[in-house]
Design a protein around this ligand. Sequence first.
Ligand SMILES: Cc1cc2nc3c(=O)[nH]c(=O)nc-3n(C[C@H](O)[C@H](O)[C@H](O)COP(=O)(O)OP(=O)(O)OC[C@H]3O[C@@H](n4cnc5c(N)ncnc54)[C@H](O)[C@@H]3O)c2cc1C
Length: 297
Amino acid sequence: MVDIVIIGGSYAGLSAAMSLGRSLRNVVVVDNHDPCNKTVSNSHNFLTHDGAEPAAIALTARQQVLQYSSVNLLSDTVTQVIKKNDLFEVLLKDGKPLTARKLIFASGIKDIIPVIPGFSECWPKSIIHCPYCHGYEERGKILAVIANGDEGFEYIKLISNWSKYLTVFTNGPADFNDEQVAKLRKHKIAIIESPIVSLQHTNGNVNHIILQNGNDIPAEFIFYKPAFVQKSDIPKQLGCEFTKTGHLQTNMFGETTVPGIFAVGDNCSPMRSVANAVATGSFTGAYLNKLLGDEDF
Ligand SMILES: Cc1cc2nc3c(=O)[nH]c(=O)nc-3n(C[C@H](O)[C@H](O)[C@H](O)COP(=O)(O)OP(=O)(O)OC[C@H]3O[C@@H](n4cnc5c(N)ncnc54)[C@H](O)[C@@H]3O)c2cc1C
């Protein structure tokens, strides 16, 4: 038996493992090496690693975490978890089952890329969701935002800080109220409602957005927040509850609605960043050490 099995060994999972390894807890991290940012060449806005390759950050993290002898990393997939009284039996695709006192899901989310010709080629090279991650490099360019409704309006407002050459594509009828339309007009942000039929690009660098009405509009970079699904169905199978946004519901310590099961990183937070994944992992790791201490002391 181990103290904790961490499902997902990217930034959030490894950060939790570091807190726990430094607390002399027996930890197994199971990871199948499919982080959400694996196709970007540079990751930004994480202090000391600004602009580094995502895989290089993860490699350093793995090397540092493995210095703690009570932490083991397994390259495998968790296929099922069975709750047995106060313990969890963790089934693996290739390896032997593990038994754990607590579980941390650091399993991330999976973006759903729209089926528009050219879109998947441009994601994430010239289409991205997060201006904090990749906005600075695109500042002052001809930007497009694909967004609609109240949430979309907030997103447009945010992106407008990175360039004054901004057009909004609602990809269907616009759903802004009069006040929002007036504000967009005031800032000279055009609203284009015609559905997008394809993206014209060169090696993934978008140059035009082709519309159903026959127009093609120049764009050098697109901001778009894709819908997502949880990468792992196992928390749902175990009865964990979700927020309206589709994130795992947790309290401030990362505890889900099922006792003994914790979540860290993207799967439970709309603030999607390496820094946040590391912060939540570190905090929940420390909290779990305290919890185990409370149970045993
Ligand atoms: C295109 C793109 C660009 C980004 N750019 C930036 C940036 O520049 N700066 C920044 O701060 N953030 C950026 N982000 C956000 C950042 O990548 C995420 O916030 C961060 O990766 C979240 O870490 P995580 O550990 O929660 O999840 P992930 O990094 O997605 O890792 C989840 C891990 O869990 C594993 N896993 C899932 N289920 C199982 C299972 N059943 N068994 C075993 N393993 C499992 C996966 O294989 C994966 O390794 C970007 C995201 C995307 C999509």
